[in-house]
Design a protein around this ligand. Structure first.
Ligand code: FAD
Length: 284
């Protein structure tokens, strides 16, 4: 289970993959996982569509990671996708009976096809409510939680967000994975605040190399992530040269990662997003 890795394998090096879209070829992700396996990551996490549209594939991929690759699988699960406790219990039982004992309970965001009324009526309101419900079952899971060095978009500020994070940890979260960020100083300030508030669980910084200029709008609009000066200079310099842009951004992530490791972080979570060459370049 992931909780044990922090005693034996610190810093951890983990990867994140996402299930393919419904009409895409599923063999691509399995081939990617066979390659990821050769990098010996501490664990691989699998995302979950906020409204549950990836449930089957998320489960199948997590099962492949755990049982065929022999790597700890961390399954994401969102509140918006859980209609009632029976669904949750069945999902947890299926995981457990298939040897998967790590879960990342999340709130999720409102899917585009779900009305605000439907989203607001979800059974579990916050990730912490889901964590509590999982802890109330007899099933043993190592539970992670999401956190936000640049503050979650709906929180009034860092104080409030970290106070809510503390509630989530108190319900039974054993490690935290951050939203992606590019400015380490923001992460260090956040980590100081987290520790000051008495949150003692491992915090894994989440890194994602930029691979194309088109990606930037997505990244900044989705999570409000700031692009620091050094990185924006790289983007500006190579904006007309995709290959050099990718190389420059990869170098930036490597430097960012080295600096985090020099500061003794608990682990590095790479948002590898099914891109084998990127994960390989970083791991090397
Ligand atoms: P919460 O912890 O519930 O927090 C959400 C907001 O509510 C915050 O502003 C928080 O301060 C506030 N809050 C929390 N508890 C309380 C409380 N008790 N009272 C009042 N306010 C409270 N999305 C997906 O759809 N699928 C995925 O697979 C996925 N994976 C992710 C992985 C990571 C590592 C991260 C960082 C995010 C991921 N997301 C995923 C996105 C995530 O679902 C969204 O960021 C979502 O908006 C918040 O989820 P959360 O679990 O952090 O929510």
């Amino acid at each position: 289970m992931i909780r044990e890795l922090f005693h034996t394998n610190r810093p951890t090096y983990s990867l994140e993959v996402f299930p393919p879209k419904k009409d895409a070829d599923v063999t691509v992700i399995y081939d990617a996982l066979d390659e990821f396996k050769t990098l010996h990551p501490s664990f691989i996490s699998v995302t979950y569509g906020a409204g549950g549209n990836t449930a089957e594939n998320t489960f199948a991929i997590a099962s492949y990671i755990q049982n065929q690759c022999g790597i700890e699988a961390l399954t994401h699960l969102t509140c918006a996708a859980i209609p009632d406790p029976l669904f949750l219990n069945n999902f947890l039982t299926n995981l457990n009976r298939n040897g998967i004992h790590n879960l990342l309970p999340l709130r999720g965001d409102q899917p585009f096809w779900m009305s605000k009324e439907q989203f607001d009526a979800r059974y579990y309101e916050h990730a912490s409510d889901l964590v509590r419900a999982i802890r109330e079952t007899s099933l043993d899971f190592s539970l992670g939680g999401a956190c936000y060095p640049e503050v979650h978009q709906e929180a009034a500020g860092l104080e409030e967000d970290v106070a809510n994070l503390k509630l989530k940890v108190e319900q039974g979260v054993e490690f935290l994975i951050t939203q992606l960020f590019y400015d380490n100083e923001t992460f260090f300030r956040f980590l100081d605040k987290v520790r000051e508030c008495g949150i003692e669980v491992p915090v894994l910084p989440g890194l994602m190399p930029i691979t194309s200029i088109q990606q930037i709008d997505n990244i900044t609009s989705m999570s409000g992530t700031k692009i620091p000066k050094e990185l924006s200079e790289i983007l500006e310099k190579y904006k007309d040269n995709p290959a050099d842009l990718k190389k420059g951004c990869l170098e930036y992530t490597k430097k960012q990662m080295q600096n985090l490791l020099d500061h003794g972080v608990d682990g590095i979570h790479l948002y590898s997003m099914n891109k084998v060459e990127i994960a390989k370049a970083i791991y090397e």
